[in-house]
Write a protein that binds this ligand. Structure first.
Ligand code: NI
Length: 190
């Protein structure tokens, strides 16, 4: 397969919602290979189909570290069926080269999806793990939502975006997350 060009923040294509996959066809398997090849080529933890301009509900994640064997995980038509708790997540995105900032995420998630063999599976990721946060980040891409929409400090984020020649935070897209913010504050007070 091939390493594809990753769309960069500012490209409105990233904001378009993706459609469900009806069959794990050759075309979908090719897409999965492209996503994995591109993610590994860029040393990413995850990559979603819309980031390479394909609006299908597919993303890949690999949270293995350098001294571990590769562990590619494929999620087709994912649904987050449970979410609980809150954490601060210091995130970046392959569509935002070099820009990292703190966002709010759920601490635990349970996701239901289909794998590349067309089999349904359920996966639980807890404790604000990299996997738990990556699932939420990649899932968002399928709805045209970007990590920056969850930002905790938009002024700091704007500064980081500007330093990396990226467009500013889009105020109209910021997600109101007062409950998550309250949980985060309760946790840090103890
Ligand atoms: Ni991303």
């Amino acid at each position: 397969m091939a390493v594809k060009k990753i769309l960069t923040y500012g490209d409105e294509t990233l904001r378009q919602p993706s459609k469900e996959v009806h069959k794990v066809s050759k075309k979908v398997l090719d897409l999965i290979h492209d996503l994995l090849d591109t993610m590994y080529a860029k040393n990413g933890v995850g990559l979603a189909a819309p980031q390479i301009g394909v609006h299908l509900r597919v993303f890949v994640i690999d949270v293995s570290t350098n001294d571990e064997p590769l562990n590619p995980m494929v999620f087709i038509n994912p649904k987050i069926i449970k979410k609980e708790g809150a954490v601060v997540s210091h995130e970046g995105c392959l569509s935002f080269p070099e820009a990292y900032t703190d966002v709010r995420r759920y601490r635990d998630v349970m996701v239901k999806a289909i794998d590349r063999k067309g089999r349904a599976f359920v996966l639980e990721a807890k404790d604000g793990s990299l996997l738990a946060r990556a699932i939420q980040h990649e899932f968002d891409h399928l709805d045209g939502v970007l990590f920056i929409d969850h930002v905790r400090n938009r002024f700091e984020a704007d500064k980081i975006l500007q330093e990396n020649n990226l467009p500013p935070v889009d105020e109209s897209r910021l997600i109101e997350e007062s409950e998550l913010e309250e949980l985060i504050k309760e946790d840090t007070q103890e």
